[in-house]
Design a protein around this ligand. Structure first.
Ligand code: ZN
Length: 161
């Protein structure tokens, strides 16, 4: 049995914040604003995993009103999400994702992101794809006011449940 899931996340880019994407800190003049470390890619992947398992969304499990999640490392949120879907009997097939931001160029950081996510999810780095694009300077992404990530995942469920 296979199931598909999709996730999308947005964060503002502001001065005075660190920029975390895919579990990696990236040097930049701005960082993502949010209750947690605002890792847009890990959040999109969490939502895709939860969606595939029909387990709600990241806001249900890790509410941004809870002090326990203030400034939390999103790698912890991803690990907890993986534990939730595994407890429901699922294993991860592959993850495909796209980052949409104007700057900085993230290609040099992609292998480290893949390794980080693969380790947390217990999959091979060849099962985690991370692509990047810009909006050709259009809109809020083009003005560097924010960034977007989307993710799609495939889950397998054992038949003996
Ligand atoms: Zn987010």
């Amino acid at each position: 049995m296979i199931r598909i899931g999709s996730g999308i996340d947005f964060h503002q880019l502001v001065a005075g914040r660190d920029l975390w994407i895919g579990g990696i800190q990236i040097p930049h003049t701005k960082g993502a604003l949010g209750h947690s470390d605002a890792d847009v890619l890990l959040h999109a992947i969490c939502d895709a995993l939860l969606g595939a398992a029909c387990l709600g969304d990241i806001g249900v499990h890790f509410p941004d009103t809870a002090s326990e999640f203030k400034d939390i490392d999103s790698k912890i949120l991803l690990a907890r999400t993986v534990a939730l879907i595994q407890a429901a009997g699922y294993t991860i097939g592959n993850i495909d994702s796209t980052l949409c931001l104007e700057a900085p160029k993230i290609k040099p950081y992609v292998p480290a992101m893949q390794q980080c996510i693969a380790t947390i999810c217990g999959i091979a780095i060849t099962d985690i794809s991370i692509k990047a694009t810009t909006t050709e300077r259009m809109g809020f992404v083009g003005r560097e006011e924010g960034l977007v990530a989307t993710a799609s995942v495939l889950l397998f469920k054992a038949n003996h449940h």
